[in-house]
Design a binder for this molecule. Structure first.
Ligand code: FAD
Length: 335
């Protein structure tokens, strides 16, 4: 079924939150959504549901949201697919946004698909770039994502149906403030009955895994299989600490069991764009580059002068990472 697309307007960003805090990706999407809204000449709006979400309006205004649509209910205190889906659907069907952006987090991926199905529209998952097609009359949204194992980038658009929906990888866009004075708050009522919800939350247990958001750091010292063994992760840690940054790894290192997945950069790991990215013993496979190639300065250390990482590096050091990393730590430690 095709929709009457002229009925749809505005860019909506789903505000994901946990324990009273907005997830950073939602602020990144508000920033990007602001630019898209400007491009197509409409408003940038935030929307969410929860038990106590009106409190977010001040922070959303700091990031330029012109309107904030929300529903509050005690039933929405903890995330569960069904009540979230039904209440979000109510807002979307009532106000008909043209574009919906959702962070490609665990929660975002879980909620986006049932929403798209119910709305009878398309969903592009795990997008890494968003642009407007100025050539098309409808100014369609062009959503880019890696495909065929990251060897190709696919540009996807949704010409006949609305809303145009995308989940977007955390860390792809930067969050920048653009305060506005009067955010318009639109509270809606939607009846939810606890008895009708099939899932019950019995207990919430925090995972004790090493969860780190690499995109918060200006300096990342990353190691690949070339670091040789698990014990050499310490060389990355030492240099990262000296430079005031953090450490990361390639997927090979995770597969070898030398580091947890939470430290992986790349297509199936995190996307980062620090000021300085040091890649030590990393060959530069396209799937790794997908997560770090927009770093401002890339310093590659590799003993193979033909390694593909040198093609995108700002500075290259041909040599043994195991010798060079401690020397850099010592050099900068003495500064
Ligand atoms: P290698 O490719 O083995 O390279 C090791 C490098 O270290 C070589 O260049 C070598 O010359 C150098 N070296 C060796 N010894 C030393 C030394 N002593 N000093 C200096 N240099 C040395 N990869 C990711 O990283 N992130 C992802 O998210 C990701 N997702 C993927 C998704 C899919 C669907 C697929 C198919 C693959 C994915 N990969 C990902 C894997 C990717 O294709 C590569 O296999 C991986 O990035 C290679 O890791 P590496 O550079 O550490 O190891």
């Amino acid at each position: 079924m095709t929709h009457n697309i002229s009925e749809y307007k505005d860019v909506w960003v789903f505000i994901e939150h946990d324990s009273g805090k907005i997830e950073h990706v939602s602020l990144e999407l508000l920033t990007k959504g602001r630019q898209l809204a400007k491009d197509i000449g409409c408003k940038i709006c935030a929307f969410t549901v929860g038990d106590n979400v009106e409190i977010f309006s001040e922070r959303l205004a700091e990031y330029g949201a012109e309107k904030f649509y929300f529903i509050e209910s005690p039933v929405l205190k903890e995330y569960r697919t069904e009540p979230y889906r039904d209440s979000l659907l109510y807002l979307i069907e009532k106000y008909k946004p043209e574009i919906i952006l959702i962070g490609a987090t665990t929660l975002g991926r879980d909620i986006a698909a049932p929403l798209a199905t119910k709305l009878d529209t398309g969903l592009t998952a795990d997008t890494t770039a968003l642009d407007i097609d100025f050539e098309s009359d409808a100014k369609n949204l062009l959503m880019t994502r890696p495909t065929f194992g990251g060897n190709l980038m696919a540009v996807i658009y949704c010409p006949d149906n609305r809303p145009q929906m995308s989940t977007v990888r955390p860390g792809v866009f930067q969050a920048t403030k653009n305060p506005i004075n009067n955010i318009e708050k639109i509270r809606e009522e939607f009846e939810l009955l606890e008895d009708k919800i099939p899932k019950k939350i019995l207990e919430k247990v925090k995972s004790d895994s090493d969860k780190v958001n690499l995109s918060f750091y200006d300096v990342i010292v990353a190691g690949g299989r070339g670091i040789g063994k698990k014990e050499n992760i310490k060389l990355l840690e030492d240099l990262a600490r000296t430079l005031g940054g953090t450490w990361a790894v390639s997927r090979k290192v995770v597969q070898m069991g030398w580091a947890p997945y939470s430290r992986q950069v790349g297509q199936t790991g995190q996307t980062v764009h620090p000021k300085i990215y040091i890649a030590a013993g990393i060959s530069g496979a396209i799937q790794h580059l997908a997560g770090m190639k927009s770093s401002e300065i890339i310093i590659a250390i590799n003993k193979d002068p033909q390694a593909p990482i040198f093609d995108i590096a700002t500075y290259g050091i041909v040599g043994d990472a195991i010798e060079i990393l401690p020397r850099l730590t010592q050099f900068f430690g003495n500064k």
